[in-house]
Design a protein around this ligand. Structure first.
Ligand code: THU
Length: 133
């Protein structure tokens, strides 16, 4: 966990959050144990802001990953902040009920561990529209 906390601490420095001042860093671990990072990227047109978790997931998928085993989310508040609903849905596309969502406070070092099914118990997925399971 110390390695993760230190990676999140260096990654969060890349957060582009001049409007909210709320910095977020995320690390996604794929089925092969490879790790991909993301930070929140805000926009002067506020609604175009992208969360750190989605940047990390998209980075993973664009790099060739397909399944997500674990997502770390680092914030500088205590208790550590959870992902928003939009990010949970995006994680769900490439994860499953057991995908781990681990919240990390970079202020106190406190961690809270969930499974995706804890945070998004009923999920919309591709099988409803005749796509992937
Ligand atoms: N944010 C994230 O990066 N992840 C979340 O799950 C929730 C919110 C960012 C978006 C915005 O840049 C800032 O936090 C305040 O909402």
């Amino acid at each position: 966990m110390e390695v993760i906390v230190s990676r999140l601490r260096s990654l969060i420095r890349n957060s582009y959050s001049p409007y909210s001042g709320f910095r977020v860093a995320s690390l996604v671990v794929d089925e092969n144990g490879n790790m991909y990072g993301g930070v929140n990227i805000e926009n002067s047109s506020y609604g175009l802001t992208m969360c750190a978790e989605r940047v990390a997931v998209f980075n993973a998928i664009a790099s060739g990953a397909r399944r997500i085993r674990r997502v770390y989310i680092g914030t500088e508040v205590s208790p550590p902040a959870p992902p928003c609903g939009a990010c949970l849905q995006v994680i769900s596309e490439f994860g499953d009920a057991d995908t781990e969502i681990i919240l990390v406070s970079l202020k106190t070092g406190e961690t809270i561990k969930y499974k995706l099914e804890d945070l998004l118990p009923v999920r919309f997925h591709g099988s409803y529209i005749g796509g992937v399971d």
